[in-house]
Write a protein that binds this ligand. Structure first.
Ligand SMILES: [Zn+2]
Ligand SMILES: [Zn+2]
Length: 263
Protein backbone atom coordinates (compact mmCIF):
# COMPACT_ATOMS: atom_id res chain seq x y z
CA UNK A 1 0.00 0.00 0.00
CA UNK A 2 1.01 3.63 -0.40
CA UNK A 3 2.49 5.44 2.58
CA UNK A 4 0.75 8.21 4.44
CA UNK A 5 1.54 11.22 6.49
CA UNK A 6 0.00 12.31 9.78
CA UNK A 7 -0.84 15.99 9.37
CA UNK A 8 -2.56 16.68 12.69
CA UNK A 9 -1.56 15.94 16.27
CA UNK A 10 -4.77 15.90 18.26
CA UNK A 11 -3.32 15.07 21.67
CA UNK A 12 -0.84 17.40 23.38
CA UNK A 13 -0.46 18.74 26.93
CA UNK A 14 0.83 22.05 28.25
CA UNK A 15 1.76 23.36 31.68
CA UNK A 16 -1.94 24.05 32.28
CA UNK A 17 -2.02 20.34 33.22
CA UNK A 18 1.04 18.07 33.46
CA UNK A 19 2.91 19.20 30.32
CA UNK A 20 6.03 21.39 30.36
CA UNK A 21 5.52 23.86 27.54
CA UNK A 22 3.14 26.74 26.94
CA UNK A 23 0.39 26.67 24.36
CA UNK A 24 2.63 28.72 22.09
CA UNK A 25 5.57 26.31 22.57
CA UNK A 26 3.42 23.42 21.35
CA UNK A 27 2.05 25.40 18.41
CA UNK A 28 5.53 26.53 17.38
CA UNK A 29 6.73 22.91 17.56
CA UNK A 30 3.80 21.81 15.39
CA UNK A 31 4.69 24.47 12.82
CA UNK A 32 8.32 23.34 12.84
CA UNK A 33 7.24 19.73 12.27
CA UNK A 34 5.13 20.78 9.30
CA UNK A 35 1.78 19.82 10.84
CA UNK A 36 -1.40 21.37 9.48
CA UNK A 37 -3.22 21.16 12.78
CA UNK A 38 -2.62 20.71 16.52
CA UNK A 39 -5.01 20.27 19.42
CA UNK A 40 -4.26 21.45 22.95
CA UNK A 41 -5.85 18.78 25.11
CA UNK A 42 -4.96 19.22 28.75
CA UNK A 43 -6.16 16.65 31.30
CA UNK A 44 -9.60 17.03 32.86
CA UNK A 45 -9.80 18.59 36.36
CA UNK A 46 -10.49 15.33 38.24
CA UNK A 47 -7.05 13.88 37.52
CA UNK A 48 -5.01 14.03 40.73
CA UNK A 49 -1.69 15.86 40.06
CA UNK A 50 -2.26 15.67 36.31
CA UNK A 51 -5.41 17.71 35.71
CA UNK A 52 -6.13 21.37 35.01
CA UNK A 53 -6.94 23.45 38.09
CA UNK A 54 -10.61 23.72 37.22
CA UNK A 55 -12.85 23.36 34.19
CA UNK A 56 -12.65 27.14 33.69
CA UNK A 57 -8.94 26.74 32.89
CA UNK A 58 -9.99 25.71 29.39
CA UNK A 59 -11.36 29.20 28.86
CA UNK A 60 -7.88 30.60 29.65
CA UNK A 61 -6.38 28.15 27.16
CA UNK A 62 -8.91 29.34 24.62
CA UNK A 63 -7.72 32.93 25.15
CA UNK A 64 -4.10 31.82 24.62
CA UNK A 65 -5.10 30.13 21.39
CA UNK A 66 -6.97 33.19 20.17
CA UNK A 67 -3.98 35.41 20.93
CA UNK A 68 -1.83 33.17 18.72
CA UNK A 69 -4.16 33.29 15.77
CA UNK A 70 -2.48 33.81 12.40
CA UNK A 71 0.99 33.85 13.97
CA UNK A 72 1.79 30.29 12.96
CA UNK A 73 0.75 28.41 9.82
CA UNK A 74 -1.06 25.83 11.92
CA UNK A 75 -4.70 25.46 12.81
CA UNK A 76 -4.99 25.27 16.62
CA UNK A 77 -7.87 23.39 18.21
CA UNK A 78 -9.04 23.77 21.78
CA UNK A 79 -9.68 20.38 23.32
CA UNK A 80 -9.36 18.33 26.47
CA UNK A 81 -8.46 14.83 27.53
CA UNK A 82 -11.36 14.20 29.86
CA UNK A 83 -11.30 11.49 32.51
CA UNK A 84 -14.00 8.86 32.79
CA UNK A 85 -15.15 9.33 36.38
CA UNK A 86 -18.00 6.86 36.74
CA UNK A 87 -19.18 3.44 35.63
CA UNK A 88 -22.13 5.07 33.89
CA UNK A 89 -19.71 6.94 31.66
CA UNK A 90 -19.58 10.25 33.50
CA UNK A 91 -16.71 12.52 32.43
CA UNK A 92 -15.11 15.49 34.19
CA UNK A 93 -15.88 18.11 31.53
CA UNK A 94 -19.40 19.54 31.62
CA UNK A 95 -21.26 20.23 28.35
CA UNK A 96 -21.14 24.00 28.92
CA UNK A 97 -17.34 23.78 28.79
CA UNK A 98 -17.00 21.13 26.07
CA UNK A 99 -19.25 23.14 23.78
CA UNK A 100 -16.48 25.77 23.71
CA UNK A 101 -14.08 23.13 22.38
CA UNK A 102 -13.18 21.98 18.90
CA UNK A 103 -12.31 18.43 19.88
CA UNK A 104 -13.00 16.20 22.87
CA UNK A 105 -10.75 13.32 23.89
CA UNK A 106 -11.65 10.92 26.66
CA UNK A 107 -9.46 8.35 28.35
CA UNK A 108 -9.38 6.05 31.35
CA UNK A 109 -6.83 7.17 33.96
CA UNK A 110 -6.52 5.48 37.37
CA UNK A 111 -5.44 8.83 38.89
CA UNK A 112 -8.95 10.22 38.44
CA UNK A 113 -11.31 10.91 41.31
CA UNK A 114 -14.53 9.00 40.67
CA UNK A 115 -18.08 10.20 41.25
CA UNK A 116 -18.70 8.09 44.37
CA UNK A 117 -16.67 6.60 47.22
CA UNK A 118 -17.84 3.20 46.12
CA UNK A 119 -16.36 3.72 42.66
CA UNK A 120 -13.16 5.16 44.12
CA UNK A 121 -12.60 2.16 46.38
CA UNK A 122 -14.02 -0.60 44.22
CA UNK A 123 -12.90 0.58 40.79
CA UNK A 124 -10.25 3.34 40.63
CA UNK A 125 -8.13 2.13 43.56
CA UNK A 126 -7.73 -1.50 42.35
CA UNK A 127 -6.82 -0.17 38.89
CA UNK A 128 -4.33 2.24 40.43
CA UNK A 129 -2.68 -0.42 42.57
CA UNK A 130 -2.49 -2.95 39.75
CA UNK A 131 -4.05 -6.35 39.32
CA UNK A 132 -3.51 -8.74 42.15
CA UNK A 133 -5.33 -11.81 40.91
CA UNK A 134 -7.22 -13.13 37.90
CA UNK A 135 -10.70 -12.63 39.36
CA UNK A 136 -10.05 -9.01 40.21
CA UNK A 137 -8.33 -8.48 36.87
CA UNK A 138 -11.40 -9.74 35.04
CA UNK A 139 -13.72 -7.66 37.19
CA UNK A 140 -11.71 -4.50 36.54
CA UNK A 141 -11.56 -5.19 32.82
CA UNK A 142 -15.37 -5.49 32.72
CA UNK A 143 -15.86 -2.35 34.80
CA UNK A 144 -13.38 -0.33 32.72
CA UNK A 145 -14.96 -1.46 29.46
CA UNK A 146 -18.45 -0.63 30.68
CA UNK A 147 -17.42 2.83 31.87
CA UNK A 148 -15.63 3.69 28.62
CA UNK A 149 -18.46 2.38 26.43
CA UNK A 150 -21.01 4.43 28.38
CA UNK A 151 -18.82 7.50 27.96
CA UNK A 152 -18.51 6.91 24.21
CA UNK A 153 -22.26 6.60 23.76
CA UNK A 154 -23.25 9.42 26.12
CA UNK A 155 -20.88 12.25 25.16
CA UNK A 156 -19.78 13.91 21.90
CA UNK A 157 -16.33 12.32 22.01
CA UNK A 158 -14.02 12.53 19.01
CA UNK A 159 -11.15 10.33 20.22
CA UNK A 160 -10.74 7.63 22.87
CA UNK A 161 -7.18 7.93 24.13
CA UNK A 162 -4.80 4.98 24.60
CA UNK A 163 -7.33 2.18 25.20
CA UNK A 164 -5.69 -0.56 27.26
CA UNK A 165 -3.02 1.64 28.83
CA UNK A 166 -3.07 1.50 32.66
CA UNK A 167 -6.71 0.35 32.71
CA UNK A 168 -7.43 -2.88 30.83
CA UNK A 169 -10.44 -2.96 28.47
CA UNK A 170 -12.03 -5.33 25.97
CA UNK A 171 -10.62 -3.85 22.78
CA UNK A 172 -13.22 -5.47 20.53
CA UNK A 173 -16.02 -3.84 22.52
CA UNK A 174 -14.30 -0.46 22.25
CA UNK A 175 -13.57 -0.84 18.53
CA UNK A 176 -17.19 -1.86 17.90
CA UNK A 177 -18.45 1.22 19.72
CA UNK A 178 -15.96 3.33 17.81
CA UNK A 179 -17.28 2.06 14.49
CA UNK A 180 -20.86 2.70 15.68
CA UNK A 181 -20.28 6.23 17.02
CA UNK A 182 -17.51 7.51 14.73
CA UNK A 183 -15.32 8.22 17.76
CA UNK A 184 -11.72 7.41 16.77
CA UNK A 185 -9.57 4.92 18.65
CA UNK A 186 -6.17 6.39 19.38
CA UNK A 187 -2.77 4.95 18.58
CA UNK A 188 -0.75 6.80 21.19
CA UNK A 189 2.98 7.05 20.49
CA UNK A 190 3.80 8.66 23.84
CA UNK A 191 3.28 5.50 25.90
CA UNK A 192 4.38 1.88 25.71
CA UNK A 193 1.47 -0.59 25.60
CA UNK A 194 0.19 -3.23 23.21
CA UNK A 195 -0.77 -1.10 20.22
CA UNK A 196 -0.76 -4.09 17.84
CA UNK A 197 -3.83 -5.47 19.61
CA UNK A 198 -5.56 -2.08 19.36
CA UNK A 199 -4.92 -1.93 15.62
CA UNK A 200 -6.04 -5.53 15.08
CA UNK A 201 -9.33 -4.82 16.90
CA UNK A 202 -9.82 -1.62 14.88
CA UNK A 203 -9.30 -3.58 11.68
CA UNK A 204 -11.82 -6.26 12.72
CA UNK A 205 -14.48 -3.57 13.28
CA UNK A 206 -13.41 -1.03 10.66
CA UNK A 207 -13.09 1.47 13.52
CA UNK A 208 -11.67 4.93 12.74
CA UNK A 209 -8.17 5.53 14.11
CA UNK A 210 -6.11 8.59 15.03
CA UNK A 211 -2.34 8.60 15.65
CA UNK A 212 -1.28 11.10 18.31
CA UNK A 213 1.88 11.96 20.22
CA UNK A 214 0.36 12.67 23.66
CA UNK A 215 3.25 15.12 23.90
CA UNK A 216 4.00 16.44 27.39
CA UNK A 217 7.00 18.37 26.05
CA UNK A 218 7.06 20.65 23.00
CA UNK A 219 9.88 18.51 21.57
CA UNK A 220 7.63 15.49 21.18
CA UNK A 221 4.73 17.26 19.45
CA UNK A 222 4.13 15.49 16.14
CA UNK A 223 6.44 12.58 17.02
CA UNK A 224 4.21 9.86 15.61
CA UNK A 225 6.51 7.88 13.31
CA UNK A 226 6.37 4.77 15.51
CA UNK A 227 2.58 4.76 15.22
CA UNK A 228 2.70 5.17 11.46
CA UNK A 229 5.15 2.24 11.27
CA UNK A 230 2.65 0.05 13.11
CA UNK A 231 -0.23 1.11 10.88
CA UNK A 232 1.84 0.26 7.82
CA UNK A 233 2.84 -3.06 9.38
CA UNK A 234 -0.83 -4.01 9.69
CA UNK A 235 -1.76 -2.52 6.33
CA UNK A 236 -4.37 -0.15 7.76
CA UNK A 237 -6.14 1.68 4.91
CA UNK A 238 -5.32 5.39 4.88
CA UNK A 239 -8.97 6.43 4.96
CA UNK A 240 -9.33 4.64 8.31
CA UNK A 241 -6.78 7.01 9.89
CA UNK A 242 -8.60 10.30 10.42
CA UNK A 243 -5.56 12.54 10.89
CA UNK A 244 -3.49 11.16 8.02
CA UNK A 245 -3.43 11.75 4.28
CA UNK A 246 -1.80 9.73 1.51
CA UNK A 247 1.74 11.06 0.97
CA UNK A 248 0.74 12.39 -2.44
CA UNK A 249 -2.25 14.40 -1.13
CA UNK A 250 -2.27 18.17 -0.85
CA UNK A 251 -1.57 19.48 2.62
CA UNK A 252 -4.40 21.99 2.97
CA UNK A 253 -6.77 19.31 4.21
CA UNK A 254 -8.08 20.06 7.68
CA UNK A 255 -8.73 16.67 9.22
CA UNK A 256 -10.88 18.02 12.04
CA UNK A 257 -13.48 18.93 9.43
CA UNK A 258 -13.95 15.20 9.13
CA UNK A 259 -14.27 14.39 12.82
CA UNK A 260 -16.29 17.35 13.94
CA UNK A 261 -19.23 16.15 11.94
CA UNK A 262 -19.43 12.66 13.32
CA UNK A 263 -21.89 13.32 16.14
ZN1 LIG B 1 -4.03 9.93 28.91
ZN1 LIG C 1 -2.63 12.69 27.35
Amino acid sequence: MAGYKVIADWHTHTRYSDGRGTVEDNVRAAAEKGLTEIAITDHGPKGIFIGVKSAETYLDIKKDIEALKERYPVRVLLGAEANVTGLNGEIDIAPEISKEMDILLVGLHPQAVAETWRENLGWMLPNFLGRVNQTLKKRMRNANTKALLNAMYNHPINVVTHPGLMMDVDLDEIAGASAATGCAVEINTGHAYNKDEVIKAALRWAAPLAVNSDAHYPDTVGEVDKGVELLLKWDVPVNQVLNAVPVSARQEVHPSDIIRNVH
